[in-house]
Design a protein around this ligand. Structure first.
Ligand code: OGA
Ligand code: NI
Length: 339
């Protein structure tokens, strides 16, 4: 079988044609500025109303923020990063046991974004795992590196706790009942994308991941602590998010934009690559139950405010299949669900 993944390739001196973007669709890296003031929220603060205010502000004006003292063990964050590195260093034959380009697989190693749908590829490999409930999925996870299952299970559990806490703060910041999101989202699933961006011979011509929004409810991103690459669209400009030691980057996904009736934005973000060093990121996605019915909270639409509901009601299953049937950088998927 032809190897499609790029993490085992030798370093190339030029970018293969299938990764080269048309001139109008390149990252224009020289125009990107560092965002010095990405909100950084201390979740251990005793001033709970302050946390809520900061989260509300961040969600309204940025759609993303960072959290520190978030309760996830720093040792576990480091180990998770190590597992990711070690996995992608495995011999090609070992990794290819997990290869699939079928997005419906609950465990798969793949490359780019959606190889069957896209016309230009992205300079990324990724291992995508369903992780909750753990006992349904752990048995299919990689058996190499040997401690992968143990470390990743523990990490998923702690990140899940953080995700629920954030959903509560977000609901409270919208003056909804604290449990509002959890009730609507149902028995939430959890997926993880372990992203590996190898050094790229011509980083100006391609993306690790092109601009996209996340289709789920909320995303908790562990950024490589040494190598930057995440950029977020703010007021029409791409801004680089510098990794902050021991912090997670949190972003609002499409479902929270719908539930908040557009008050909170699922922002466009992308990953760029560099010619120097590989970069790793671990994205944890909290995902509504398939049968969860998503619609703007009535307190935030029509009967609770002057604003009519911006989106029709839909199930998450319907949304998710629409998301994967498109190519990534088309219009915001939520546009297709507008009233
Ligand atoms: C993602 C994502 C950003 C990154 O996996 O959805 O946006 O920095 N990743 O890898
Ligand atoms: Ni994303």
């Amino acid at each position: 079988m032809e190897s499609k993944i790029i993490s085992s390739e030798i370093r190339l001196s030029s970018l293969p044609e299938s990764y080269v973007r048309p001139v109008a669709d390149r990252p224009r890296l020289s125009e990107v500025t560092y965002c010095e003031n990405v909100p950084l929220i201390d979740l251990s603060s005793v001033d709970k109303s302050q946390i809520r205010l900061e989260i509300g502000d961040a969600c309204r004006s940025y759609g993303f923020f960072q959290v520190m003292k978030h309760g996830v063990s720093l040792e576990l964050m480091e180990k998770m990063q190590e597992m990711a590195e070690e996995f992608f260093q495995l011999p090609l034959e070992e990794k290819m046991k997990y290869y699939s380009d079928d997005p419906s697989k609950t465990l798969r190693l793949s490359t780019s974004f959606n190889v069957k749908k896209e016309t230009v590829h992205n300079w990324r490999d990724y291992l995508r795992l369903h992780c909750w409930p753990l006992h349904d999925y752990v048995h299919e996870w990689p058996s190499q590196p040997p401690s992968f299952k143990e470390v990743v299970s523990a990490y998923c559990g702690e990140v899940r706790g953080l995700g629920f806490r954030l959903l509560q703060e977000i609901a409270a910041s919208l003056e909804l009942e604290r449990e509002y999101m959890e009730k609507v989202l149902g028995e939430q699933g959890q997926h993880m994308a372990i992203n590996y961006y190898p050094p790229c011979p011509e980083p100006d011509l391609t993306y690790g991941l092109p601009g996209h929004t996340d289709p789920n409810a909320i995303t908790i991103l562990l950024q490589d602590q040494r190598v930057a690459g995440l950029q977020v669209l703010k007021d029409g400009n791409w801004m680089a998010v510098k990794p902050h030691p021991n912090a997670f980057v949190i972003n609002i996904g499409d479902q929270l934009q719908a539930l908040s009736n557009g008050r909170y934005k699922s922002v466009w973000h992308r990953a760029i690559v560099n010619s120097d060093k590989p970069r790793i990121s671990v994205a944890s996605f909290l995902c509504p139950a398939n049968d969860a019915v998503i619609k703007p909270a009535k307190e935030l639409a029509d009967d609770g405010s002057q604003v009519p509901p911006l989106y029709r009601s839909f199930t998450y299953a319907e949304y998710y299949s629409k998301f994967w049937s498109r190519n990534l950088e088309q219009q915001h998927c939520l546009e297709l669900f507008k009233n």
